[in-house]
Design a protein around this ligand. Structure first.
Ligand SMILES: NC(=O)c1ccc[n+]([C@@H]2O[C@H](COP(=O)([O-])OP(=O)(O)OC[C@H]3O[C@@H](n4cnc5c(N)ncnc54)[C@H](O)[C@@H]3O)[C@@H](O)[C@H]2O)c1
Length: 321
């Protein structure tokens, strides 16, 4: 199907919905949205593109065989880790019998996905500060298809081409990858912060610099691995709680994941006394490398793939010709 023949309806116009809507509009698609919550605009710098995205007064107003519903409605997670997807369920129930296909983008535990009705599960990996850019060129494109799902909309092929890494499998696998990514990010942040807290309190700039020098030497200022504020925001705390609680229901303990949440909460308390702690924002690394870094990566690859086999051959043959 041609780009111009498809219609994308974004359901849930929050952080994720708006970033997807703007990116799709920029890619030349016909985009509208449905959200009864009257949400405010999160990405002011794209005010021109917002004007092209039509608000709908009813969910199936633009329903047709060439419509793709992109469901970006939020989940909620209680302090105990219970995931509430009732808003998502309501939308999916209303879309039953729709002529268009349904792409689910919300973060949903694998066990809860089974009972839902949609065509493709494509979890979102964006960071809020670079959300639109990361919707145009996703770092990961992960798709889980339901049995009997209809052919994917054309944006999937486009994303597949533009993505840093792609995965195609079941919805369960796609959800597990999403949670693995978030849990790994929260684990790294909590670990680095706990290590920093253990070696000293950044009560003045000098102490903070010492902690940072130690940590940054080993981790090269990499994102999620810099000493600073606790993780917070829309996703990491709720997803860490939800995953732990779901998998602990059958009696298995996850001390590391449980510890991550506890450690982060303690660090967040400490933060109130330590105003010097910096706040770091994350984004996926730039995939296009150039200059000196590109050259050093090339030299490394040559050493690894060309020089090493020669050495291995020499070792095996004892240097015989
Ligand atoms: N924010 C992020 O950076 C991020 C990143 C990756 C994944 N996610 C996941 O994406 C999902 C959405 O996150 P978000 O940050 O955009 O949430 P959000 O709260 O900003 O937006 C959700 C929107 O859904 C709307 N909504 C609720 N019920 C609805 C209904 N019945 N019909 C239509 N719209 C409805 C709300 O009014 C709200 O505007 C969550 O599952 C989240 O975990 C978020």
């Amino acid at each position: 199907m041609k780009v111009s023949e498809e219609k994308y309806v974004i359901v849930g116009f929050g952080w994720v919905g708006q970033a997807n809507a703007i990116a799709l509009t920029q890619l030349g698609y016909d985009v509208s949205y449905f959200d009864p919550g009257n949400p405010s605009h999160h990405y002011a710098e794209f005010s021109d593109l917002y004007k092209k995205i039509e608000p709908l007064s009813s969910l199936k107003q633009n329903d047709a065989r060439n419509t793709c519903y992109m469901v970006c409605v939020g989940d909620k997670v209680s302090e105990e880790g219970e995931q509430d997807i009732s808003n998502i369920k309501t939308v999916l129930a209303s879309l039953r019998g729709a002529k268009g296909g349904v792409m689910l983008r919300s973060t949903i535990l694998p066990g809860l996905l089974e009972e839902l009705n949609y065509d493709w599960y494509v979890p979102e990996f964006l960071h809020e500060k670079k959300a639109v850019e990361e919707c145009l060129d996703p770092f990961f494109f992960v798709i889980g298809k339901k049995d009997g799902a209809r052919p994917e909309p054309s944006v999937c092929a486009l994303w597949q081409k533009r993505a840093g890494k792609t995965f195609s499998g079941t919805a369960r696998e796609a959800s597990l990858i999403k949670y693995l990514s978030n849990l790994w990010n929260s684990t790294r942040i909590a670990f680095v912060n706990e290590f920093g807290d253990a070696i000293g309190r950044p009560t003045d700039k000098k102490r903070l610099v010492e902690i940072e020098r130690v940590i940054d030497f080993l981790f090269d200022h990499r994102m999620y691995m810099r000493y600073g504020r606790a993780f917070s925001g829309h996703c990491l705390p709720k997803d860490t709680r939800a995953f732990r609680s779901w998998y602990e229901k059958n009696g298995t303990k996850f001390p590391l994941i449980a510890g991550v949440y506890e450690s982060n909460s303690r660090h967040a308390q400490l933060e109130k006394e330590l105003p010097l702690l910096p706040e770091w924002y994350s984004e996926w690394p730039d995939r296009h490398i150039s200059g000196w870094r590109a050259l050093s990566e090339l030299l490394y690859a040559i050493r690894k793939n060309v020089a090493h086999p020669l050495l291995a051959w020499k070792r095996m043959t004892g240097g015989r010709k």
